[in-house]
Ligand binder design. Structure first.
Ligand SMILES: Cc1cc2nc3c(=O)[nH]c(=O)nc-3n(C[C@H](O)[C@H](O)[C@H](O)COP(=O)(O)O)c2cc1C
Length: 314
């Protein structure tokens, strides 16, 4: 049997809170870690000063392991990696680019390295290069996505690597977590579910839209830009996809239209013109609760589901 992510990271429950640009700060990460999972601070769009401060703040708020997410599209990624190596969170997740060139530096600093991968080819490549575990993220999830679903990824990635595989994309309750563990996942990563944590600093307007949303309320922008992003339907995303489908607007203009839209929604609370990144599993998002209450519910449901599964005979 493969190692569980609890064993790799020294955490209580096999649940990671995914990096969420402009949102996942020291307060949220520490709250999730204190609740027994592993919180992750986002650095996408952030400065090195912000990153250093956030790691130091999280260490004041928790003595438990937490991670930092590094967006490999960021122009300051080298500097961010340097700061992370100096400040030493327990681990990093790296996505949206080639993580391999950073492995040696991160390992030399004593950090665990968990690349986010969207297919088997990349999973094998990062395993060969020495990753400690991987996050396999399916296209049900919020934010930047690949083309495979979480189910198809778990089906194909888990048997192809000996690394622990953390499954991400579409998990919002304990039934899903139990299913992933039974399939051989080492743990799960949730993003959207933690947007409703009381400690999550995403704007209250966005939290309200998430509570009101139903299962079909996400849409994917950026398919024509090689940068697909899943978020809530709203006037901005509907108009953007209509322009993409029409095919008359050039890519540069479309790219410019996306600039600043994550921040506009997450920080300023503009739910009309901003991009509210979110995954497809929206109905379980009913109210704002502390990370501890969310984690306790997730673990209770996971245990109940695993116990019920033991009684299934076929
Ligand atoms: C608002 C939001 C922002 C995100 N930003 C990032 C990011 O900056 N870096 C990253 O690696 N993943 C990012 N993600 C993906 C999450 O880390 C996580 O893998 C994903 O949310 C899992 O799917 P779920 O939303 O269905 O739980 C983001 C997701 C959301 C919802």
């Amino acid at each position: 049997m493969k190692r569980m992510i609890t064993d790799v990271l020294g955490i209580q429950y096999p649940v990671l809170q995914g990096g969420m640009a402009w949102i996942a700060d020291a307060g949220l990460a520490a709250a999730v870690s204190n609740a027994g999972g592993a919180g992750i601070i986002s650095t996408g769009g952030r400065t090195t000063e912000y990153t250093r401060e956030a790691i130091r703040r999280a260490k004041e708020l928790t003595t438990r392991p937490f991670g930092v997410n590094i967006m490999l599209m960021a122009p300051n990624k080298e500097e961010i990696v340097q700061v992370v190596c100096e400040e030493k969170p327990a681990f990093v997740t790296l996505g949206a680019g080639n993580p391999v060139p950073f492995f040696a530096q991160l390992h030399a600093a004593g950090l665990k390295v968990l690349p986010v991968i969207p297919n088997v080819k990349l999973a094998k490549r990062v395993e060969a290069a020495g990753a400690d575990a991987i996050v396999a993220e399916g296209m049900e999830g919020g934010g930047h996505i690949g083309v495979l679903t979480t189910m198809a990824l778990m089906t194909q990635v888990i048997p192809e690597v000996s690394l622990p595989v953390v499954a991400a994309g579409g998990f919002a309750d304990g039934r899903g977590i139990a299913a992933a563990l039974v399939m051989g996942a080492a743990g799960v990563q949730l993003g959207t579910r933690f947007l409703l944590a009381a400690e999550c600093p995403v704007h209250p307007n966005v939290k309200q839209k998430l509570i009101e949303a139903v299962d079909t309320d996400t849409i994917v922008t950026g398919y024509t830009l090689n940068g697909a992003v899943r978020g809530l339907r709203n006037p901005f995303t509907e108009k953007f996809v209509a322009l993409e489908n029409e095919g008359k607007t050039d890519k540069e203009t479309l790219s410019l239209m996306t600039r600043g839209t994550n921040r506009l929604a997450a920080v300023d609370g503009d739910t009309v013109n901003g991009m509210m990144q979110a995954g497809q599993s929206l109905l379980p998002l009913k109210k704002i609760e502390s990370a501890q209450v969310i984690m306790d519910a997730l673990m209770r449901e996971t245990r109940e589901t695993l116990a019920a599964a033991a009684a299934i005979h076929i």
